[in-house]
Structure formats: C-alpha cells, structure tokens
Design a protein around this ligand. Sequence first.
Ligand code: KIV
Length: 272
Amino acid sequence: MNKVRLEDILAKKKRAEKITMLTAYDYPLARVIDQSGIDIILVGDSLANVVLGLSSTRDVNMDIMIHHAKAVRRGVQRAFLVGDMPCGSYEKSPEDAIQNAKRFIDEAGCDGVKLEWCENCVDVAAAIVKTGIPVMGHVGLTPQTAVEFKVQGKDAYSARRIMQESQQFEATGCFSLVLECIPDRLAEEITKGLKIPTIGIGAGLFCDGQVLVTHDLLGFSSQIHPKFVKQYVDLNSTVLQAIQQFQKEVLHGQFPDAKHSYHMSEEELRKS
Ligand code: KIV
C-alpha cells in the first residue's frame, strides 16, 4: 500500500470519496489501524482520558504527546500521521507554537499537526502553515477550552460563529478541519462551503470524512460515551474474560500445561 500524502487527502474531497481517521496512542494499535487502510491516524490528546486515566485533555503536555507520537510512528507505514497539539503548546505565541509543531515533525516523525480553535489560533495556524507543516483545524466542541461538553451550534448565532471559525481556519491554509459535536445540517453547510475536507465526530453524515476515538469504537474505554459514539466490539468484556480464564487456570494448576512448558529428558535430569 502506498503512503497517504496530503494531496491524496485533498483529492478525496474532489472525488467525493470519504476520508477515514482514527486515533492511536501506542505501537500495537497504530500497526493494526495502519494495516486496515485508514487514511489518517491522529495521536489525539484524548490520550489523557482513554489511556492515561486523567480527567481532562488539558492534563497532557508536549513531552507526553511526543513520547506517544514516537511509539505510534513506529507502527505506521502508510497512514498520514497527525500530532494533536496539547493545551498550552500553541496559545502563547506563534513562535512558541512553531517550535512545538516542529517537535511533532522532527522528533516524532508526524506528517502534520492539529490544533483547536482558541483566541489567537488564526495567527498561530497561519504561522505554522508558513513553515510548511500541514495543519488541521478543530472547531465546534473543543475540549481543551470547553466549559460544558454539549452539542455546539444549535442556535443561529453560535452556528454562524462556528461557520466563520471554519472559514478563518481555511483562510490560514489549514489542509482539513475537524468538526466536533455540531448538528448535521450545520456540518453539511460548512462542508459545502469549504474547499478543504471536513472530518466529523458527532457532526453527522455529510462531512467529507469521519473520525472516532479508537478505544470508544473498540469498547475498550471506561468513559461515558456521547450519543455519536458507535461501539463496534466490546473489548472490555473480551479482555476481562481472557484475564479471568488465566486466573482460574493458574488457581486450579491448569496453566502452564505441558504444551506451554519446556522439557528435558529423564536421563539428563538424573545427571544434573
Ligand atoms: O484528541 C482527540 O481524540 C481528538 C478527536 C476527537 C478528533 O481531537
């Protein structure tokens, strides 16, 4: 399979072909996702919630993100790899943001970075784009600054605001845009109005692509899931069953059996 390039992602929108994106935080899952042919892998700051057991995405910093992005990179040969800029890594100044974006590229081998809408993110995104680093914007529900975790843009005023933010991100040169937790018709209007692809999460069917947090779709997270999460398998139960079976077999002297043990001949044993 050929490596997914920026142009391939943009071309998909022109061909009205859906873009697929999933999150990864470590080597084994990154390998499987890459093998599946998913277009974009995001080392999301959702790492904080689903892997590190922290309550907020605000609790991860650049060093933690780089550590995980490096592990993911080792497992990815094909997909376009995006590093999620954590809270505090891009809001201070464009110079600071560029330095941190470069770390994702130079240290972790990412192909691009993502950043959430915030006060001076237009200047920041434009500055990063200018250095040649592909930037993905993120509007709607933006967990790093959210006060309440609820659907955004349900009234005309806030819908117009999200529409404007999307246009501003596009004008900075962003190559794509995550739309999180907004009504499907608003996502449709934004998608129709932009040249760059939109990737929805809780934003309905009309986006150019879809993303989910991988641990949510695998049923391998302890979080309460919002309505938009579809769980495709119940890994929590599968893993629990396997672990309980191991425990039972150890307690009953059934593991390790002969098949899982090393042996020596009686003769060698007598000599030793
Ligand atoms: O961190 C993350 O997982 C994300 C996705 C929800 C897009 O930002």
